[in-house]
Ligand binder design. Sequence first.
Ligand SMILES: NC(=O)c1ccc[n+]([C@@H]2O[C@H](COP(=O)([O-])OP(=O)(O)OC[C@H]3O[C@@H](n4cnc5c(N)ncnc54)[C@H](OP(=O)(O)O)[C@@H]3O)[C@@H](O)[C@H]2O)c1
Length: 290
Amino acid sequence: MLGCDLLAKLSSDHDVVGMDKDEIDITCEDDCRKAIAQVGPQIVVNAAAFTNVDGCEKQKEECFAVNAGAVKNICVACHGKNIKIIHFSTDYVFDGKNTHPYTEEDQPNPINVYGESKLAGEQYLQALSGDYLLIRTSWLYGVNGKNFVRTILEKAEAKHFIQDTAARVKATPDEPSYLSVVDDQIGSPTYTKDLVAAVDLLISQNQNGIFHVTNRGHCSWYEFAVRILKEAGMDDVEVRPIKTSQLPRPAMRPAYSVLSMQKFITLTGKTPQPWQLALQDYLKNIKKMQ
Ligand SMILES: NC(=O)c1ccc[n+]([C@@H]2O[C@H](COP(=O)([O-])OP(=O)(O)OC[C@H]3O[C@@H](n4cnc5c(N)ncnc54)[C@H](OP(=O)(O)O)[C@@H]3O)[C@@H](O)[C@H]2O)c1
């Protein structure tokens, strides 16, 4: 999801070589070494990850191999070659006990395997690279790949279908006619297009270190779902708020994972747009693509 948008945006100002999993398996040290030798980059951007948060609980080894071991491989391959490494991490490195936005100085304390693996990746990067940008982001959605916005739109479309069918055949469908979404997890939805613009800016200013980058503002997943349907003109589909405890999932999620943007705003002089405007922008863009 993020990699495709990065490739498109950064290619307009830089010579970019995009590599997919069939060209480079980043868990393979030799693949990383060969890729760096072949391309001779000034900057390496790693958008690859094992991102299935629930899947990580069962596939711990694979998850750590991609989210942590592979970061080490990239650092080793870049070592001594004056290469900047740009790497992405997550709000899920925090435990969610804060009541105010997490800053770059706050202590991570992950509560699921995905968060633990991403934190281990961060630690490799910080220990092994002399020039890095570590960008923590949250609740990503983009035009490519599976994401919450797409899921809500697809589920709402299915509910429309059920409602139509029920009206026609006067049958009560097994599926409820409403969507249930948790309202006790708070975060910041982030459009990949805005994140990529922020990455481009950080590169142009030659920034380094840790940065939190999301769209501005925060909401619960429930509020996000309601807003998605409103903006998509599907607010006839009812969304009901539920608690995380009513929706058992393999991985625990932080209750509050809002990231403070203060450092980014102060050092770059730019403020990302609010999540509500980013969502409108995204919905317009996916409509254009249909
Ligand atoms: N999505 C979010 O909500 C979110 C939130 C916070 C932070 N982030 C971080 O943002 C970054 C981008 O996330 P995303 O959502 O764009 O991820 P994504 O859509 O899941 O893409 C990750 C890509 O990495 C590839 N990959 C997996 N293992 C690989 C390997 N061994 N070698 C090479 N490529 C491999 C995957 O290929 P296959 O699909 O073929 O396996 C996939 O194309 C990640 O670092 C993620 O942790 C994401």
